[in-house]
Design a protein around this ligand. Structure first.
Ligand code: ADP
Ligand code: MG
Length: 384
């Protein structure tokens, strides 16, 4: 289906009802669109705020047909949406990103082959789908990280292995599903780049973001001058551009990178959608990653976003709801956080807090990097 320009009043559809879908819905509604969300969970964060919510499985043919009937164009917020479902929808409506790009991003082996094809270096790796391949893994890949080729997120589906015996046990433990084994690299830092690309090939990007992970989950993103050396930041943008163009991508794409201790850049993975590390753009940029997703889907112009404030994003995980000694979850002290300057609180409307669950995020903006760092520390003090 050829994309056309959709104006206010049209309906934009999204596969997936998580927080990314919710923020997409908010951006779409602000610009006058109606929205429809397809998600199996009746209480999904995006479903709750959308004009229409189809709660059905992603492969339910009847509901996919209903989504195609209601929506003028469809995007995804969840990378594990079956590529088949996107292909079914694409027979009726413009779908961005395309199912094929999403299918590549869903499979670490295909993803790495794509990076290599685009001339972007990734960690040395081997694909493991059989005992023979397991036995042939080069010594240089251990110590390594064994990752399931599909369905991993937030560090799930990954095992650190220090020797061959551990590798064999880890592959068993992961159910002998197709995996990639990556050499464990000495990281100096991690960063990511969010780009949006239109059907005509126009590409714009957010500034490279520096990310800090805890236990495999993004904890903090910092975005201001100096978080990364200029040359490295430019290289990351250029690499992301090559990866997006190589996919003939339409929509918002995030590419995650490692900065090694020798100062070089290595690509880690990509997400075919807005990304947690781009959430700061809702408060620190004149165009957010969700507005970019709306614009790309609706065929509206993509203009280069301008960051208007240094920003730090803190993820609010469910752990914050569990105070030492309390036997039930307790809402954190938001009034105390909001009494500080430059706080932008985003809560996703999830009914139940669980450790490790992304409940919301806090973006801190301010006049200078020093000011936002001080405010972020003050917010952490309040949150404990
Ligand atoms: P997920 O899909 O769960 O985000 P990632 O592949 O991004 O999985 O891994 C999560 C985190 O684990 C990374 O952000 C990084 O901190 C660490 N990590 C992953 N792969 C490697 C590696 N090859 N070497 C060192 N650290 C790694
Ligand atoms: Mg990751």
């Amino acid at each position: 289906m050829k994309p056309q320009t959709l104006l206010a009043g049209a309906t934009l559809g999204v596969m997936g009802g998580g927080q990314l879908g919710r923020m997409f819905v908010h951006a779409a509604q602000r610009m006058g669109y109606s929205t429809v969300v397809l998600d199996p969970d009746a209480t999904s964060p995006a479903g709750r705020v959308s004009h229409h919510h189809l709660h059905a499985d992603y492969l339910d043919t009847r509901n996919l047909a209903e989504l195609a009937r209601l929506a003028d164009a469809i995007t995804t917020e969840f990378e594990n949406v079956p590529a088949d479902a996107l292909a079914q929808l694409a027979a009726h409506r413009p779908v961005a990103p395309a199912g094929e790009a999403v299918a590549i991003a869903q499979d670490r082996a295909r993803e790495k082959a794509h990076f290599t094809r685009c001339g972007v270096r990734c960690a040395p790796y081997a694909v493991i789908e059989s005992e023979e391949q397991l036995a042939l893994v080069p010594d240089a890949l251990v110590p390594g990280i064994l990752k399931t080729a599909r369905l991993g997120y937030d560090g799930k589906g990954q095992v650190r292995v220090d020797g061959r015996e551990a590798l064999v046990a880890a592959w068993d433990g992961l159910g002998r599903v197709p995996c990639v084994l990556e050499q464990r690299l000495a990281l100096a830092a991690e960063c990511s780049v969010v780009v949006a690309r239109g059907a005509g090939g126009t590409l714009v990007h957010l500034p490279p973001q520096r990310n800090l992970h805890r236990a495999g989950i993004l904890a903090v993103t910092e975005v201001f001058d100096g978080v990364l050396p200029d040359a490295l930041a430019q290289e990351a943008v250029q690499a992301t551009r090559s990866i997006a163009e190589g996919l003939d991508y339409v929509g918002v794409l995030c590419v995650e990178f490692f900065v090694l201790q020798d100062g070089t850049l290595v690509v880690n993975e990509m997400a075919p959608r807005p990304h947690n590390s781009g959430h700061w753009s809702l408060d620190g940029s004149d165009v957010s990653q969700f507005e970019l997703q709306v614009r790309a889907l609706a065929g509206l112009p993509l203009v280069q976003p301008r960051q208007h404030s240094p920003a730090i994003m803190l993820n609010l995980l469910g752990d914050l709801w569990f105070r030492p000694g309390a036997d039930a979850p307790v809402e954190p002290d938001w009034p105390a956080v909001l009494a500080l300057q430059g706080m932008h609180l985003h809560l996703y409307g999830k009914s139940e807090a669980r450790p490790g669950r992304k409940m919301g995020h806090l973006t801190i903006t301010g006049a200078s990097p020093v000011a936002v760092r001080q405010a972020a520390l003050a917010a952490c003090d309040v949150l404990g």
